[in-house]
Design a protein around this ligand. Structure first.
Ligand SMILES: CC(C)(COP(=O)(O)OP(=O)(O)OC[C@H]1O[C@@H](n2cnc3c(N)ncnc32)[C@H](O)[C@@H]1OP(=O)(O)O)[C@@H](O)C(=O)NCCC(=O)NCCS
Length: 160
């Protein structure tokens, strides 16, 4: 399958809400109100992945100066392990870095083994545990990654 990325449009709202409901347990999935609020956060961006005209995933981020946050990254189950999550994350990180973000953080449930493997593969490291983070009492790992560092080669005489 071929997947394309584009920026969220207001007409996507209901589809994104349904994808989120399908991706998470009821206690963790966002209400419409939550989702609306996150999309309006300062510096919020939402990238959508689609195949043909079907939206199959999305990523919402927010930023405040050099600090970026991944609010959610959701891919429909039928389209997982095909690189959609990685495509969405790469674009979300590119946009954050372009906006001046240097550190990206996120939270993920400690029992979400797929997501933990995914974040680790993309360079996110655990920085702590957030006890009873979710409404159902589940803990979350706080994870973060440094992005947007200059990749210029070292000048002569500089340590590499
Ligand atoms: C986490 C999630 C976004 C990953 O999306 P995806 O499109 O399947 O991810 P990709 O295909 O880009 O996977 C990239 C790599 O992540 C790792 N990975 C992804 N899913 C995995 C799984 N179920 N088990 C182990 N590793 C996994 C693998 O290293 C994978 O590379 P590989 O397929 O070559 O082995 C998706 O599983 C999802 O939407 N889950 C439900 C919502 C969620 O938990 N979101 C994250 C919340 S913080």
């Amino acid at each position: 399958m071929i997947f394309h990325l584009r920026t969220y449009e207001p007409g996507d709202f209901e589809t994104l809400y349904e994808i989120d409901q399908a991706c998470y347990a009821p206690a963790i999935a966002y209400s419409r109100r939550d989702m609306r609020e996150y999309l309006r956060f300062p510096g919020a961006e939402c990238v959508v992945a689609e195949t043909g005209a079907q939206v199959v995933g999305f990523c919402i981020t927010a930023r405040d100066a050099a600090d970026g946050h991944i609010i959610t990254l959701d891919v429909l189950e039928a389209c997982r392990r095909q690189g959609v999550g990685s495509l969405l994350l790469a674009e979300a990180e590119r946009r954050l870095a372009a906006g001046g973000v240097r550190k990206v953080s996120l939270e993920t449930a400690t029992d979400n083994t797929a997501a933990i493997a995914f974040w680790q593969k993309h360079g996110y490291r655990t920085s702590g545990v957030l006890k009873h983070y979710y409404p159902n009492g589940l803990d979350a790992w706080a994870m973060s990654k440094t992005i947007g560092m200059s990749s210029k080669p070292a000048k002569k005489g500089e340590a590499s």
